[in-house]
Design a protein around this ligand. Sequence first.
Ligand code: PMV
Length: 359
Amino acid sequence: MSVQQFIPKPYTASVKNGSFKWSSPSNIALVKYWGKKEDQIPENPSLSFTLSDCKTITNLIFSEKQNQDNFSFEVFLDDDKKDDFKPKIETFFKRVEVFLPFLRHYHFKIETSNTFPHSSGIASSASGMSALALCLMSLEKALNNEVSDEFFIKKASFLARLGSGSACRSLEGDTVVWGHHNEIKGSSDLFGTKYPFEVHDNFKNYQDTILLVDKGEKQVSSTVGHNLMHGHPFASKRFSQAHKNLSNLITILNDGDLDAFIKIVESEALTLHAMMMTSMPYFILMKPNTIEIIYKIWGYRETSNSKICFTLDAGANVHVLYPEYETESVMKFIKNELVVYCQNGHYICDKIGFGAKQL
Ligand code: PMV
């Protein structure tokens, strides 16, 4: 599918005002996206588990306006006006305007809230941008009744990607691929698609407990981080490694091979951070407590039959992944041995989920 297909024909209906509300979750990548080309095209394919409870709820209230010179919108987070969110949304509107030509025709009030604390170090860009893209698609569907369900979700993911790359993996569940991969039919650089193959029962209801090691603002924005992959000495090897890891994961997910799963997931997490540590300028986003937790997880795995493992985003927090049947024992281990490394003892219990919902 080419970009042109997301440019709509003239709308057939008129809508004066109204509102649309969506909730959309965060997601955690197993094969990481790090490095992009122009227009948010990823340098390599990625695969993620959609989360269930960490989500953004966005209500888009719109009313037609006369003057179409500018975008007109205001943003609220938990009822507080957030003018500092506006530049990011303005940039997003500019990027997607050609695909949503109605954007200048309305005044928008964007009311948004997250189920996780704003300053938790959990990025709200994936859940936030996907929720906003879905609200905008609902308006497009009201203006053009011919939009099919399949196209709706595809275009919403396409738009979300233009807001924040990984956001395009948040709309559906429970496993999503983004970026073209030879062995995954339908996979695309333009939008996320539901993982099309069999996934073993071992991964059903997979658990993700997020240990909040550092709730501060990111030292390096992901835009800056992605850009540091241009001219990075290990970039091309890294991009081909991601293709290979995704190939291997297809068999692993099918067979339910948890030991092989652990190896790929942890290697991907450490590779992501290795790319940051070897870029110029270089940086370290892990904190001493991130490393302490990783060693504890390795120790626990060695002395038990546990299939617990970790992954990391572009930050210090640790996502602890484990099969549902281990919930009781792993939670005991987390409370007894890992919570001490969390800022204020805070962590979030989540699990694999099934995507966005219209409210
Ligand atoms: O969506 P962005 O541009 O914030 O990039 C996020 C990249 C990682 O979270 C580090 C990895 C991923 O694939 O989600």
